[in-house]
Design a protein around this ligand. Sequence first.
Ligand SMILES: Cc1cc2nc3c(=O)[nH]c(=O)nc-3n(C[C@H](O)[C@H](O)[C@H](O)COP(=O)(O)OP(=O)(O)OC[C@H]3O[C@@H](n4cnc5c(N)ncnc54)[C@H](O)[C@@H]3O)c2cc1C
Length: 396
Amino acid sequence: MFFENVDFSALDLPPAALRLREEVRAFLKAEVAAGSFTPHLGHSEFDAEFTRRVAARGWIGMPWPRRYGGQERSYLERFVVTEEMLAVAAPCAAHWFGDRQIGPSLLRHGSDALKARFLPAIARGECAFALGMSEPGSGSDLASVRTRAVRVEGGWRVTGQKVWTSWAHKAHAFLVLCRTSADTGNRHEGLSQLIVELQSSGVTVRPIRFMDGRQSFNEVFLDDVLVSDDMVVGEIGQGWKQVTSELALERSGPERYMTTFPLLVELIGRLGTAPDARAQEMVGKLTARFWALRRMSLAIALALEPGTDSEGGATLAGVDLGTEAALVKDMGTFYEREIIDAARLLVELEPTAAALDRFERYLAETIVCAPISTLRGGTTQVLRTLIARRLLGRLK
Ligand SMILES: Cc1cc2nc3c(=O)[nH]c(=O)nc-3n(C[C@H](O)[C@H](O)[C@H](O)COP(=O)(O)OP(=O)(O)OC[C@H]3O[C@@H](n4cnc5c(N)ncnc54)[C@H](O)[C@@H]3O)c2cc1C
């Protein structure tokens, strides 16, 4: 990254992670030099070929056990790879859901057959996953999902509608949260997680486009889709507990504060060597906040270091980092917007997404996508409620 002359060595990464960082930088430098992808800001693009090249380096599923295609490396090393990918806006959507959420979830709750089938394929960059949680009317209030699975011989028949399903039009499968038993009065009971292959009969994927025409979102309609018993993740009825245990993974990484970072780098380049006092103050403030957020996110990556289960397989450390992750996401997503605000205030132009100038294009893309960061992975209000509850609980 560009803070080469800032020294926080007392907080620095272990030697293995530092060596890895150099490898990842060299790889990305060669990719950028070859023009193998066009960086876009706002949301990471889906590029199956790029994902396969990342997989060939062993950088997908890094902390997973070797017998499931992983490298048994640390979460800190995974952090390093993620950070470098974000610093150049590399297209990682074809593997990030599998790498960050589905893999750990299968390791924790999946059957041996599911682990053997999906984890090595994700790690090879050959199987892309999407997440099927949100529904019309069920976003923050996820426990109200209405997609229903009805028991049939050998499996389940699933009917319902999912929405905002990122990259479902390109992924192979998605993890669906659905109701598998009648209402008991407790909405957190009777939910389960099933893997549904997106090519299955009865699945329809329809695009929802951004203002600028780009597509990452979809609606997914499930019409009596047959899902066999071996595609159930974890225990029937335990879906709520399983889904909430994954949220720390979704909310705590550099993805939550670095999606507009390349714009900051371009802004600093634009300001040149003699920025005025206002520019100095803004860039200084953004840099200081970046280091604080990075430290918080690193602390969570450290705490996530896997332990070992009774069969010798890696599991996530059994710690509840929900509040810490909510803090990173809440502060991080506002930080991302402050970079956009600073760029708009300090450089006067009317940006267009078709511009050849990188600063201008990044600014145009981030303005269009600005509203998404405080929604995806949990809205600001919901995160702050969660943080306040923990704090108020302690004060009692
Ligand atoms: C870029 C992006 C990618 C996404 N990708 C996926 C995906 O791949 N898969 C998937 O399943 N979902 C995905 N989502 C959906 C995302 O999880 C939801 O948008 C999010 O959970 C919020 O739900 P909602 O949009 O229904 O808003 P709502 O929950 O309806 O919230 C609307 C407003 O009401 C507020 N609010 C709601 N409840 C409360 C409360 N209890 N207290 C105070 N305020 C409240 C919210 O903070 C918000 O401001 C994605 C969203 C975005 C923006």
